[in-house]
Design a binder for this molecule. Structure first.
Ligand code: LAG
Ligand code: CA
Length: 511
């Protein structure tokens, strides 16, 4: 369905590329269950995490076992697990889940028991669970009933919070030049918790702590920009103090365009940050906006105003940016088809930050919730034992190019530098990761034939953008092209228009 959209987008792209409608090499037609030989790693060092936006706990558990673990994904960001508002009259929009009613673990994605089972099954598959923690606010609606049946009114949530637990501003945030306005007032009218209060902090820590006890390994901190950094720091310190033996991974959502009162660097002491500039830069380069080209990306990093690499979680798009929420901007999405796949190839190959892969449900309307029955029950991704990833769910994380590059990222992680950079000064680039990997990207309307200099050991490699090694290591999965690297570390290849090629030592054929 989105292949049609792809045509429309490419026709209007500034570089005027022609994208064929024949089955694409980068975007999958149907199921692409590539079985790789990588063993799941025990600790959840987040080389690559995937946001399974609006997936149910039961589906995530299955995905961890059958796809994520075997393909090298180390962590999943789940949708918020707390009790949320239910908005039947609005058609059960996705954003229900950002209006908190209580911290009971009963949500659109499933029950507390489902959540526990998922955490356990994913951990056994080598995949960590990171929860989206919505702790800045409660609901915006004046009253209603939550997903666990709790009746509430704004500022009054039974057995949890009373009016004195909220900030006094009680007006929407209007002035992003004023830190007080941003942190004390109400983000889009959502009841703003008094996060300076000991009682409120303790209640939040109790909630997050329960999740850690259940095995959650990290948190995305929703709307971190709207919480005073010292107060968020206090909350996270208390949480860490309660779990001295758990190495929690924290990444904070601070949308920092560089022009506002609150800056991402204010939050480095409490954890990593989601760097929103990265996806914008990638979008501009791959779309050819602002005079940008792929060749310019050689220097992408702190010099561009990005966070230090060790502090940053990066993404091409996220659940807000893909639908014009969270401030909008020129971000690529699955609707860009091959262009989106190529941008993700770059993100996963380029040694900057910790990449987060987006996994979407298909949408036309920016408010629309996930695929669901008439009563708002989310439909399973799996139908008759098969992942339904070519219709209502998109599963970008299963696109061969993206999934293959997750293996590349793992295999090349220990080399921090870019080596052997090559470009045509425009939109054909290539670079290595020392003697562990090499990637080439052709984002132009004509083929690229070139002899590339790498530092790879001599041998036969699978182009992992098309498929990794077969289970026995003797062939390339999915008929992926075999590339010969000679004794001098060179290979010659032709990349058709709008394709990529990536080699790494873990996808080297044994003979
Ligand atoms: C976030 N990060 O800081 C989330 O990434 C983002 O998805 C959340 O907004 C936001 N913060 C609050 O957690 C989403 C939607 C909003 C939606 C909000 C609350 O992008 O559009 O607002 O969740 O459900 C909705 C309506 C607003 C209304 C508000 C209050 O769209 O018109 O004012 O609810 O009732
Ligand atoms: Ca606040």
């Amino acid at each position: 369905m989105w292949k049609i959209v792809l045509g429309a987008v490419s026709a209007s792209s500034l570089l005027g590329l022609v994208i064929l409608f024949s089955p694409s090499a980068l975007v999958p037609a149907l199921s692409s269950e590539v079985s790789l030989t990588q063993a799941p790693a025990a600790p959840a060092t987040p080389t690559t995490l995937v946001h399974l936006f609006e997936w149910t706990w039961a589906d995530i558990a299955t995905e961890c076992e059958t796809y994520l673990g075997p393909n090298g994904y180390r962590a999943v960001q789940i949708s918020p697990p707390h009790e949320h508002i239910v908005l039947a009259d609005y058609g059960y929009p996705w954003w229900q889940r950002y209006q908190v009613v209580s911290y009971q673990l009963e949500s659109r994605s499933g029950s507390r028991a489902d959540l526990q089972a998922m955490i356990d099954r994913c951990r056994d598959a080598g995949v960590a669970i990171y929860a989206d923690a919505v702790i800045n606010h409660m609901t915006g609606f004046e009253s209603g009933v939550g997903s666990a049946g709790t009746r509430f009114s704004k500022y009054d949530y039974p057995d949890l919070y009373a009016p004195e637990d909220f900030h006094n501003c009680r007006q929407p945030v209007t002035n992003y030049d004023d830190a007080e306005n941003v942190t004390q007032c109400e983000l889009v009218g959502l009841a703003d918790l008094n996060t300076s209060s000991n009682a409120v902090q303790t209640t939040i820590v109790d909630y997050m702590s329960e999740l850690v006890d259940m095995g959650v390994a990290g948190f995305r901190i929703d709307a971190a920009k709207h919480i005073r950094n010292e107060e968020l720091g206090q909350i996270l310190d208390q949480l860490r103090d309660r779990h001295p033996d758990t190495d929690l991974y924290i990444y904070q959502e601070v949308i920092d365009p560089g022009t506002e009162a609150i800056r991402k660097q204010d939050f480095y002491d409490s954890g990593n940050v989601l760097d929103f500039k990265y996806g914008r830069f990638i979008g501009e380069a791959f779309l050819g906006l602002e005079g940008q080209t792929l060749a310019n990306l050689q220097t992408l990093g702190e010099g561009w105003g990005l966070a230090p690499s060790s502090q940053a979680v990066v993404f091409t798009d996220n659940h807000d940016k893909q639908r014009g929420h969270g401030g909008g901007g020129d971000y690529l999405t699955y609707k860009n088809g091959d262009l989106y796949a190529l941008a993700n190839v770059f993100m996963l190959a380029f040694p900057y930050g910790k990449p987060q892969v987006m996994s979407s449900f298909a949408f036309d309307d920016s408010e629309q919730g996930p695929p669901a029955e008439a009563d708002g029950t989310t439909r399973s991704v799996y139908q008759n034992g098969q992942a339904n990833c070519s219709g209502e769910w998109v599963c970008e994380h299963r696109w061969p190019a993206i999934s293959g590059m997750v293996g590349f990222r793992n295999a090349t992680q220990s080399v921090a530098e870019v080596t052997n950079w090559w470009s045509n000064q425009a939109n054909q680039i290539a670079f290595g990761r020392g003697n562990l990997g090499f990637v080439a990207i052709n984002r132009e309307a004509q083929p690229l034939t070139h002899t590339f200099q790498t530092q790879l050991p001599q041998g036969r490699y699978c182009n992992v953008v098309q498929g990794g090694l077969s289970a026995d290591g003797a062939a390339c999965a999915n008929d992926a092209k075999v590339v010969l690297v000679n004794r001098a570390g060179q290979f010659t290849a032709t990349l058709p228009e709008m394709t990529a090629l990536a080699l790494h030592v873990e996808a080297k054929l044994s003979r």
